[in-house]
Design a protein around this ligand. Structure first.
Ligand code: HAM
Length: 422
């Protein structure tokens, strides 16, 4: 039976040493995105519900079935963010974006979707994402995609597969939707309930269905590209030419539609073989996102990668960040006077840059030495009344057991000289 202290289903505590993997990936993201001119933006994890309903589309699975929505104390409907783009667009609109101005932001943090938990699928998961807002150009889309692959390389994942496609624009949709409906009509009776609903509400989403019994009908569907107008086809061809120019390998997946309704033109995903069924490491595209109360969309291009999945892919490749380092020093204190004096010495050593733990409760010598072993201390500093009276500290190197008495005022320099030299 699950312990009462376990975190909620689909959520996780992230502790040492695993947390080092997280910090490594987050640091790589920060360093890399800033090289491309992106600055960090932190938005609240909670937003007014209509930011997502209007932003992502009320027919998307995320909005229909997966949002953590509740009434706050003032009776307003609020939602834990299921993704980052809508909140980022709200924040940018709130700051104001001049005509023709470009804004490049990246973000990272927890997202919430009430999905059935599985390997690589959580209810609280974490994304690192970027958005380049305000301009539309094939070169910008290609640069964004190339940056995603560069980021994956920086975190040790060089073997993801990039899939690209186009969703066209709002102008293309009525004719394309009609063609898809025509294709699916004779198959409807044999399709899943979700597909039959999507047939009425948003036929594109049928292409994204994962149910086994629906795959044959989906495989036979017309390629989206063939249903788009000349302008959208030209835009996509230009994006592909830019990717070729950047020597970015990709595969056009004619049925890639993505799960959110704000996309137009370019859509892309990176899948990885080390992930199992939830094989999308990252996804994104160009979008026109509507905010509540506005009928002019905010346009941009971006992507988000799932941190949990990045770590699973890294693990499948045998990549691992350096483990938790041990402590430099453990201060063993025998008697009340030594306990007090050692707190001061510990503070001095920490100010000198060392990683220091000091005994706080006055356990036996044996128990304190065991504690020093547990934290993998490289030196143990031992003091009792004799050392205090003599003004010395007994410094024991744990690697070879050699003990050296050192004058109390010189301990920091003595340790630094040894720890820095290896
Ligand atoms: P998304 O495809 O819904 O796109 O999510 C992006 C990534 O988040 C996925 O590829 C996956 O790695 C991770 N992810 C999604 N759901 C879960 C989950 N339940 N558990 C673990 N990982 C998950 C977006 O969210 C868009 N906002 C991306 C974007 C940014 N498009 C344009 N700009």
């Amino acid at each position: 039976m699950a312990s009462q202290w376990e975190p909620l289903l689909g959520t996780a505590d992230i502790a040492e040493p695993e947390v080092r993997e997280w910090v490594f990936v987050e640091n790589q993201a920060r360093a890399l995105f800033s090289r491309y001119g992106y600055g960090e933006l932190r938005t609240p994890v909670i937003e007014r519900t209509d930011v997502f309903v209007r932003g992502l589309g009320d027919e998307t699975d995320v909005v229909k079935k997966e949002m953590y929505t509740f009434e706050d104390r003032g009776g307003r409907s609020v939602t834990l963010r299921p993704e980052g783009t809508a909140g980022v667009m709200r924040a940018i609109a709130n700051q104001g974006l001049a005509e023709g101005e470009e804004r490049r932001v990246f973000y990272m943090g927890p997202m919430f979707r009430g999905e059935r938990p599985a390997a690589g699928r959580r209810r609280q998961f974490h994304q690192v994402g970027v958005e380049a807002v305000g301009r539309a150009a094939p070169l910008l889309d290609a640069e964004c995609i190339a940056m995603l692959l560069h980021f994956l390389e920086e975190v040790g994942i060089a073997d993801g597969e990039l899939l690209v496609n186009s969703r066209g624009t709002a102008d293309d949709r009525p004719a394309a939707a009609a063609a898809l409906k025509e294709h699916f009509t004779p198959h409807l009776a044999g399709l899943c309930e979700d597909c039959r609903r999507r047939f009425e509400t948003n036929v594109w989403r049928m292409l994204d269905c994962k149910v086994e019994g629906c795959q044959e009908a989906i495989r036979g569907a017309p390629a989206i590209m063939d249903l788009l107008g000349a302008e959208s086809k030209a835009y996509f061809a230009a994006v592909c030419a830019c990717l070729d120019g950047l020597k970015v390998p990709y595969r056009v997946d004619p049925r890639l539609v993505r799960g959110l309704d704000y996309y137009e033109h370019t859509v892309f995903e990176v899948v990885h073989s080390g992930l199992g069924a939830q094989n999308a490491l990252a996804g994104g595209g160009r979008y026109a996102l509507f905010l509540p109360g506005s009928d002019r969309p905010v346009r941009g291009v971006g992507f988000a990668a799932g941190l949990e999945r990045l770590l699973l892919a890294r693990a499948s490749l045998g990549q691992a960040a350096a483990g938790t380092p041990g402590m430099d020093v453990f201060l063993v204190s025998l008697g009340e006077r030594a306990l007090a004096a050692s707190q001061l010495l510990a503070a001095e050593l920490r100010h000198a840059g060392l990683r220091v733990l000091a005994e706080t409760t006055g356990r036996s010598m044996k128990a304190q030495m065991r504690a020093a072993d547990r934290v993998r201390a490289r030196y143990t500093l031992i003091r009792g009344d004799n050392e205090l009276d003599g003004g010395t500290v007994l410094c024991k190197a744990m690697a070879d057991g050699v003990q050296t008495p050192v004058a109390a005022g010189e301990v920091a320099a003595w340790l630094l000289a040894r720890l820095m030299s290896g």
